[in-house]
Design a protein around this ligand. Structure first.
Ligand SMILES: Nc1nc2c(c(=O)[nH]1)N[C@H]1C(S)=C(S)[C@@H](COP(=O)(O)OP(=O)(O)OC[C@H]3O[C@@H](n4cnc5c(N)ncnc54)[C@H](O)[C@@H]3O)O[C@H]1N2
Ligand code: MOO
Length: 440
C-alpha cells in the first residue's frame, strides 16, 4: 500500500516586529546645524510624563500633584482660643479698665485636646489654653497679661469685644474646599497643609530615575591617585548627578566607563532596568575612540546631530532597550556637558516629572561690560549676577568662553544666551539669561 504523503502545512508567516524608530528630526538650519530650540522641542516631543503613583507626603516635596485634594476637615476644626488666658462673655468685660477692673469667678479650665467641662454661664470666666476649644457660652478670650492671673477669681483690667482672640471654625479652610489642584508642585508649605487636613499619601508623578555614565579611558574616580600624566578626574558624572538631583531626580551615578565598546554596551544594558533616563558624556564628536556614537545605535534608534550652540555642539539622543528608555548623550567637555544639561536634560526631566514650565524662563539683565561673540551659533557665556543698592541687576562674565573652563563655570550663577545673529553686546545692553540658582 502506497504511503500517503503527509499534507504539508503551510509555513506560518512570522511577522517581523517593526524596528522602533525615532520621529523625523527637525531640519537643520544654515551651516547644517540644528537650532537649540528645535533640538529641545524634538527631545521633548519624544518624552512622555511618567505615570502617577501614590506616595507618602514627605517624599512628595518638589513633585507634581496628579489629583485635586479636597479638605475632609475644616481648619480650624472648631472655635478655639488664640491665647492663654480666660474665656469670657465679652459683654461682661466690655467696660473693664485698669481703673475699673471687672472681677469674675473662675469656674473651670480647658486645655488643648480636652473639651470644656461645661457651658460658661454669664458673669463667670474659665481658664483656657491656646488651641483649646472655646466653651459654649463664651465669645471672647482675655489674655493672662490683661488680668491678675487669679485662680479662684480673676481681675480683668482691659475691655474685650465679641470674637477677640477667638479662632473661628473654617476661617482658614472649609471642609469640602479644594486646597490643592492637579499640576501643583508640592512645597514644604503644601506638605504641611496636607498633613493638617489628615492626608498622608497623594498621587504624584515620581522622581525620574536618572543613570549617569561618563565615558573616557583617561578618567579616574575622584579620591583615587592619578597613575600617569595623562589621566584626569571624572568631573562630569558628579556634576551631572548633582544637577539632576537639584532638578528633582533620583540619581544613580555609575561613573566612568573606558573607551571600550563592549564594556559600554554592557554597562548601559545593565542600567536600563533602573532608568527613566540615561545620561552619558563623551564620545559623541569625531574622534577615533568616540564609542558612544558607535555603540548606542545597537541598543535602539539614535539621533546624532550638530546643534548650533557653543558649548554643546555635538548631541546624541536615543530611545533604547525594550522599554525605549530615553538616553541623552552629551559632549565630554565639562562646560559643554553642563550647558547641554541646562538646555536639554533639565527640560526633559521636568517633562518626565510633569513639572511646568519645562524650559527655564529667560530674564533680561543688563550687561556689565561689552561682550564679543561668534555669530552663527547660540553662545552660552558664563555669568555672575550682581544686584546694586537700588535692586537693579547686572550680569558680568565669569571666566572665558572655552568649553573646558570648569573653574569659571563654578563661579557663575547664570548663563548668558547670545543669539546666532549677535557678534557684539555693548555694556549697558540687555541680554537674555538663565538664572541657575533659582528653582524656576
Ligand atoms: N574633529 C573634530 N573634533 C571635535 C569636534 C568636531 O566637531 N570635530 N567637536 C569638538 C567639540 S565642540 C566638543 S564639545 C568635543 C566633544 O567631544 P566628545 O563628546 O567626543 O568628548 P571626548 O572627546 O570624550 O572628551 C572631550 C574632552 O572632555 C574631557 N572629558 C570627557 N569626559 C570627561 C569627564 N567625565 N570629566 C572631565 N573631563 C572629561 C576629555 O578628557 C576631553 O578633554 O569634541 C571636540 N572635538
Ligand atoms: O561644542 Mo563643544 O561643546 O564647544 O566644546
Amino acid at each position: 500500500m502506497p504511503l500517503l504523503r503527509r499534507k504539508r502545512k503551510p509555513e506560518p508567516v512570522v511577522e517581523e516586529p517593526e524596528a522602533p524608530k525615532l520621529p523625523d528630526p527637525p531640519e537643520p538650519g544654515a551651516g547644517g546645524l540644528r537650532a537649540m530650540a528645535d533640538h529641545r522641542a524634538y527631545l521633548l516631543s519624544c518624552i512622555e510624563p511618567l505615570p502617577p503613583f501614590g506616595q507618602q507626603i514627605l517624599d512628595s516635596v518638589g513633585l507634581s500633584l496628579c489629583e485635586d485634594v479636597v479638605a475632609g476637615v475644616s481648619m480650624p476644626r472648631f472655635d478655639n482660643s488664640a491665647m492663654d488666658g480666660y474665656a469670657v462673655r465679652a459683654a461682661d468685660v466690655q467696660n473693664a479698665t485698669e481703673q475699673t477692673p471687672v472681677s469674675l469667678p473662675v469656674v473651670g479650665e480647658v486645655q488643648a485636646g480636652s473639651p470644656a467641662p461645661h457651658t460658661l454661664s454669664p458673669g463667670t470666666a474659665m481658664k483656657i489654653m491656646t488651641g483649646a476649644a472655646l466653651p459654649e457660652g463664651a465669645d471672647a478670650i482675655v489674655p493672662y497679661e490683661a488680668t491678675d492671673r487669679g485662680a479662684e477669681d480673676v481681675r480683668i483690667n482691659e475691655p474685650s469685644i465679641n470674637g477677640q482672640h477667638v479662632r473661628r471654625v473654617g476661617e482658614d479652610v472649609n471642609e469640602g474646599d479644594t486646597v490643592l489642584r492637579a499640576g501643583d508642585r508640592l512645597t514644604s508649605r503644601s506638605i504641611g497643609l496636607l498633613a493638617a487636613i489628615g492626608v498622608d499619601q497623594v498621587m504624584v508623578r515620581p522622581r525620574p530615575r536618572v543613570v549617569v555614565v561618563s565615558t573616557g579611558s583617561e578618567l579616574v574616580e575622584p579620591g583615587l591617585a592619578l597613575q600617569n600624566d595623562q589621566q584626569i578626574y571624572d568631573s562630569n558624572s558628579y556634576m551631572l548627578a548633582a544637577a539632576a538631583k537639584a532638578a528633582g531626580a533620583q540619581v544613580f551615578r555609575v561613573g566612568r566607563v573606558p573607551d571600550d565598546p563592549a564594556q559600554l554596551k554592557q554597562v548601559i544594558s545593565d542600567q536600563l532596568v533602573r532608568a527613566d533616563l540615561i545620561l552619558t558624556t563623551g564620545g559623541v564628536s569625531q574622534g577615533d575612540y568616540d564609542i558612544v556614537k558607535q555603540v548606542l545605535p545597537e541598543l535602539g534608534p539614535c539621533d546624532f546631530s550638530g546643534v548650533a550652540m557653543q558649548p554643546g555642539k555635538p548631541q546624541g539622543f536615543g530611545l533604547i532597550g525594550e522599554d525605549q528608555t530615553p538616553i541623552i548623550m552629551m559632549p565630554g567637555n565639562p562646560v559643554s556637558a553642563f550647558v547641554s544639561f541646562e538646555a536639554f536634560v533639565r527640560p526633559v526631566l521636568r517633562k518626565l516629572a510633569g513639572v511646568e514650565p519645562f524650559v527655564r524662563p529667560t530674564v533680561r539683565l543688563t550687561a556689565a561690560r561689552a561682550i564679543t561673540s561668534v555669530p552663527g551659533k547660540l553662545q552660552f557665556a558664563r555669568g555672575v549676577v550682581r544686584t546694586d543698592d537700588q535692586g537693579h541687576r547686572t550680569v558680568d562674565l565669569a571666566g572665558g568662553h572655552g568649553s573646558h573652563l570648569l573653574g569659571g563655570l563654578s563661579l557663575s550663577d547664570a548663563l548668558l544666551l547670545i543669539d546666532e545673529e549677535t557678534d557684539f553686546v555693548a555694556a549697558g545692553d540687555e541680554i537674555d539669561c538663565w538664572l541657575l540658582g533659582e528653582d524656576n
